[in-house]
Design a protein around this ligand. Structure first.
Ligand code: NAD
Length: 262
């Protein structure tokens, strides 16, 4: 069903994993989509052509490195030029780095803050005036259960994700009397390339094998004992973009198999 016909959606980090799932769901609902992310230009172009062919909507590509403030601005400008003003902004791009706090390198700390928290703020700041002028908007921050609770060895990620929840709440309050909502989606573990990388690094930090890390570290925190599927997160994102979700704003919604219910 076309619930977002003609709307323009920018999904950061949508060349992979959860972002690609959300971009696909929004395109299937009729939105024009800006796919965004790093990776080979050829591969990203292939994803874009495939999505456009499957859904019949216009799909464009942007490869801004979100560590660069000017690139964030330029990504918004390119979306407006190629597709029109951004109606749905999904701040989804993210990276992870696992290390004891005393060894945490500045460069990794700063990259996580820039990509996860600072780029979300910069993108929101850039799209809100247009959303206000058009009288409608949806801002979704793909956060994490780690926006609500912590785990060891993830000080930068947990700090940035808690920051994104604060950003979500503050922006939601500022926009509460408009038809623009701002929400945080807080998934538990979803088996994407980001988590595959973590399985390897957690194995090293915890001195365990891969299967043991999946069982005793990763799924140990998720009472359902299974990974959340990308499609489940995408369905929640799509619901939050609909008119029936207009009273949901400033929420941090867990989709985590019961992790944060403990
Ligand atoms: P992923 O690694 O599959 O995708 C990450 C995306 O971010 C890619 O498109 C990548 O190109 C982009 N990206 C990374 N660095 C970038 C940079 N410097 N500039 C621009 N783009 C950059 O990851 P995923 O698992 O799909 O994660 C998506 C989001 O969901 C992240 O914010 C992550 O923290 C969050 N999340 C993931 C899980 C999980 O279990 N996978 C759980 C909770 C939250």
């Amino acid at each position: 069903m076309s619930t977002l016909p003609g709307k323009v959606a920018l999904v950061t980090g949508s060349t992979s994993g959860i972002g690609l799932g959300i971009a696909t769901a929004l395109a299937r609902a009729g939105a024009k989509v800006m796919l965004h992310g790093l990776g080979s230009a050829e591969e990203v172009q292939r994803l874009s052509s495939e999505l456009a062919r499957e859904t019949g909507v216009q799909v464009e590509v942007n490869q801004a490195d979100l560590r660069d403030p000017a690139a964030v601005q330029e990504m918004i400008r390119a979306t407006e030029t190629l597709l029109g003003g951004v109606d749905v902004l999904v701040n989804n791009a993210g990276i992870q780095f696992v290390s004891p706090v005393e060894d945490f390198p500045d460069e990794r700390w700063n990259a996580i803050q820039d990509i996860v928290l600072n780029a979300s703020f910069r993108a929101i700041r850039a799209v809100v005036p247009g959303m206000k002028a058009r009288g409608w908007g949806r801002i979704l921050n793909v956060v994490s259960a780690h926006g609500l609770v912590a785990s060891p060895y993830k000080s930068a990620y947990v700090s940035a994700k808690h920051g994104q929840v604060g950003l979500t709440r503050s922006v939601a309050l500022e926009l509460a009397e408009t038809a623009i909502t701002c929400n945080a989606i807080c998934p538990g573990y979803v088996r994407t390339p980001l988590v595959e990388g973590q399985i390897a690094s957690q194995a090293e930090v915890h001195k365990m094998g891969r299967e043991q890390v999946i069982r005793d570290v990763i799924l140990a925190v998720q009472p359902t004992r299974r990974f959340v599927e990308v499609e489940e997160v995408a369905a929640l994102a799509l619901f939050l973009c609909g008119d029936l979700a207009r009273s949901i704003t400033g929420a941090a919604i867990p989709i985590d198999g019961g992790w944060t219910a403990r």
